[in-house]
Structure formats: C-alpha cells, structure tokens
Design a protein around this ligand. Structure first.
Ligand code: PAF
Length: 281
C-alpha cells in the first residue's frame, strides 16, 4: 500500500494510473477509521481497480467552538485498517499544502446548504464542498463514495459533482451501525462506557418515528414529540439541536409524512454532538 503526502505526487500518481487504464475510487475521510469507513473502502474496491483513501482533518469545516483540536487521530491504526480493507493508496496531505497562504477560492452549493446542519453550522458545507472539490481535482476519481450517516453532506456533494461537471460516479453507501443501533462515528470515541449506552437514544427515536410512520401517523408534531420523549427517557441531559422531516432529494421541509420522507436529527450528549437519519417512507 502506497502512502502519499504530497499533492504533486498524488496528482502524478493518479495521472499514471489513468494513463494505464486503471479506474480510481476515492474515499475521503478525516481518519480515526471505523467499520463505516472500512465498508466504503471495501465497496470502492469492488467498483474500481484502485482505491485511494484520503485522511485529512479539514480545519476549515470546524467552527471556532467545535472540536477540531480534540478530533481523534490515529494514523498508524488507520493505515493498518485501510491495508486490511484492501486500500491501495492513502493520501495524507498537509494543511499548508491544501490551504497555502493567500488561499481564497471556495465552492458554495447554495440552496441545499441553507438548511439542517447548514443552519446550525454556518460555513461548514462551504468548507466541505471546497475540500472535496480539491480532492476530486487532485485525484480525478471515476467513483467517489460517501456514507449515508452524513446524508446532507452526501446530497450537497452529489449536487456539486453534477453542477461542476465532474465525470464521477457518486455513490452513497448505507450507514453502518453498532449492535445497539448507534450509527458509527469517530466522535463516539469521546464517550465513557456509561455515556455511550445513552447515545443509542438517537437511533431509538428514529426507530420510533419509523414505526409511527408505518402506522400511518402523519402528524409530524406528534412524531417529533414522541421522539423527544424517547430521547429524554434514555438520556435526560440530552439537548436536541433539531429533529427535521424533509424530502430526501431536495431537503425541502415536509408538512406531513409522505414517500421519500427522511427524518434527521442532531443531538448534543455530554458535550458531544451526534447526527443521524432514517428514511421513514
Ligand atoms: O465526512 C467527512 O469525514 C468529511 O466531511 C469529508 C467528506 C472527508 C470532508 O472533509
């Protein structure tokens, strides 16, 4: 497995791969890999000749009050996991090469980023779209794979891929969950064992919404109230940022449950902010 840290070297490696007729899949990550990331790498291996995994904790997508400095990092363990999952190349750029002095170009996906996470984390998607566009430009992949756990991110990046005419097949892979249903996330590592048990409240609330939707309850306020009750009954100190019901593709808010309705939520537990989502119908 090849480890590349220079942007130039990564560009020339990808040019050589393409010249030799090898298809490239890109799995962008911020490291501290878990089974969710590894499932993306394995899927990528089935779709292309070569899999590039990028590891870059992108400083610009964290607001000043967020967890950039304490975001978990473990390069050695990440490299071992990527190798085992069948990765071919790991791209680990330096922040000063990605954002040299005088950097001033950003990619703004407009409508889709002005809701949900975009409302609570202004500037976040501007930074995510920019770094992913840069990774696309550097690696020129045929396929790019993102996880459904960050589903707004996936929808935003899919739009960017189409709007900017990247010739990339955009794949969104299902969320990988722990045994109790908690969506895998590098941020789960912040919890103590006791706190971790309560983190299941997001999944349980989503399950409750899905059951209610399947029972033809379409009153979103009733569903939201029940979800809040489920969350508080499992984690009394939880602070709910939002529980939203939107159209899966357009992210437009819905007034009632209907086909393609996705419920997404963001909850702060013990100073850790988690997000999750579930398609209801
Ligand atoms: O989902 C992530 O880990 C990040 O937002 C991404 C897509 C790697 C961009 O930094």
């Amino acid at each position: 497995m090849k480890i590349i840290r220079s942007v130039r070297q990564m560009q020339s490696h990808c040019r050589i791969l393409a010249a030799n007729g090898k298809s490239i899949a890109l799995v962008p990550t911020m490291g501290f890999l878990h089974e969710g990331h590894l499932s993306l790498i394995r899927k990528a291996g089935k779709l292309c000749d070569r899999v590039i995994t990028s590891i870059f904790v992108n400083p610009t997508q964290f607001a000043a009050n967020e967890d950039f400095s304490r975001y978990p990092r473990d390069e050695k363990s990440d490299l071992a996991k990527i190798k085992k999952a069948g990765g071919d190349v790991v791209f680990i750029p330096k922040a000063k090469d990605i954002y040299p002095d005088n950097f001033q170009t950003f990619v703004d996906v407009q409508k889709l980023t002005r809701t949900l996470e975009g409302n609570v984390r202004p500037g976040h998607f501007l930074a995510v779209a920019t770094i992913v566009a840069k990774l696309f430009n550097i690696t020129r992949p045929d396929v790019a794979i993102f996880g459904m756990k960050d589903y707004q991110q996936a929808i935003v990046l899919k739009q960017m891929t189409s709007d900017l005419n990247y010739p990339i097949r955009f794949v969104i892979a299902p969320t990988v969950r722990e045994k109790d249903g908690l969506a895998m996330s590098s941020r789960n590592s912040y919890f103590t064992t006791e706190q971790r048990k309560e983190a299941v409240c997001l999944y349980r609330a989503l399950r409750r919404a899905k059951v209610m939707a399947s029972e033809n309850i379409s009153d979103l306020n009733a569903i939201r109230t029940d979800m809040e009750r489920v969350i508080k009954s499992i984690c009394p100190t939880a602070e709910i940022d939002y529980i939203a019901f939107t159209d899966f593709e357009s992210l437009e808010p819905l007034m009632t449950i209907r086909k393609n309705c996705i419920c997404s939520l963001a909850v702060r537990l013990f100073n850790v902010r988690l997000i999750d989502n579930m398609k209801l119908l």
